[in-house]
Design a protein around this ligand. Structure first.
Ligand SMILES: [Zn+2]
Length: 129
């Protein structure tokens, strides 16, 4: 019996304009990416596999909302993790939102203490294997 250990292939999307263009906006992300697969579709957790319509780069996208029952001021986090293949998206979907934090990617944060979300920014920490 073979025990295959799969690795999640997160990459640096050097060819993608989302990586190279300075000062990208949430609108740039929205117009660039088309949905390939839907994994979760909940009001507080949405997970999809997206693809750049210009270069074909794949991104695992997560929208995660932490409900603030007392103040009604929900925190919202979006991340787009660049990956090499659909299998990696499937494997990322097996992880909890907190576990996804160890992967680099494009992010928009909207914590409860903020009046508006951050502009999109790249977080470049890579998983250690
Ligand atoms: Zn692209």
């Amino acid at each position: 019996m073979t025990n295959k250990r799969r690795t999640i292939n997160v990459n640096v999307p050097r060819e993608c304009h989302l990586w190279t263009k300075p000062g990208i906006t949430a609108g740039d992300i929205q117009t660039a990416l088309v949905q390939v697969s839907l994994y979760e579709d909940d009001s507080h957790l949405i997970r999809t596999l997206l693809k750049c319509r210009l270069c074909g780069q794949l991104y695992f996208h997560e929208f995660y909302e932490i409900v603030d029952w007392e103040q009604g001021n929900d925190a919202q986090y979006s991340s787009w993790i660049p990956i090499d293949d659909p299998q990696s998206a499937y494997d990322l979907n097996m992880l909890a939102p907190l576990e996804l934090l160890r992967f680099g990617g494009l992010r928009i944060d909207f914590p409860t203490t903020a009046d508006q979300p951050t502009p999109p920014y790249w977080r470049t920490s890579q998983p250690k294997d």
